[in-house]
Design a protein around this ligand. Sequence first.
Ligand SMILES: C[S@@+](CC[C@H](N)C(=O)[O-])C[C@H]1O[C@@H](n2cnc3c(N)ncnc32)[C@H](O)[C@@H]1O
Length: 273
Amino acid sequence: MNYRHSFHAGNFADLHKHAVLLALLKALRPESRALTVIDTHAGAGIYDLGNDDQARSQEAARGVKALMAGDLPGSFEPLIEAVRAANSWVDDTAKLYPGSPWLIVSALDEDDLYIGCEVQPEVREQLELAMGATSVPTEVRAVDGYEAAGLASADFILIDPPYERRDDYEQAAQAVVAAQALNPEVVVAIWTPLKDLETLDGFLRDLKGKAGGVEILVSEARMRPLHDPMKMNGSAMVVVRPPRGLDNEAHAVAEALVRALGDTGGEARTWRT
Ligand SMILES: C[S@@+](CC[C@H](N)C(=O)[O-])C[C@H]1O[C@@H](n2cnc3c(N)ncnc32)[C@H](O)[C@@H]1O
């Protein structure tokens, strides 16, 4: 596998995914019972934006750093607060960028359980280190994240693959079915790149068919019109069994992101199917 998330950490897609993720976790939190969360493709947990990968990609410079340099939209406050907290012991406001494990754990407490799956050994080592300091119970697993979704009953699952495999969309839909078999009320968020609409529509049709017609919320941040399907033109968060009230917060996030960092013709769309 060639994928290295350290090239992309803190880019517009991470900003969209992570701000919606925090809104989702807040909406789930009123549940009085303990939560089990599975992060099927966890990554390193925290990323150094001063490393060589970022010097080459400049994705965080055009993403989180650009966002923090402008007028900060209110909908991004929880995420930017988490970025500041992750940097509280370094001499910079955005040297480090927190990934999904860090953000999820920041929204959990000692009765909950976080399970992070990561197949690359060196990334998994970083994840174990990043999870070392939390008082929230965590398990780092060296397993295929799609399979993990069907191995333990979860309340919430984040599926965030690199989309390097042909069958990533199909596997994501199958993972939802496997998770529903263990807990029919499970909430699942799947991040996808937005290149063209055919791919997104095809995935949603497959997911809706496999997941038994369950309600789905789609939050799209189109950073530019979707004219060139070879480019990542935007980011989408697809939420199965979305909590009530998530729509407005997800829309505010996507709209603010497009306004702050998008090109002419970019737009936010939020809808349920
Ligand atoms: C997009 S990154 C994850 C980013 C992370 N979710 C975040 O938001 O900070 C995808 C990660 O999944 C890992 N990965 C790829 N295939 C996997 C699989 N089948 N199971 C578990 N992890 C996988 C990659 O090594 C990479 O670190």
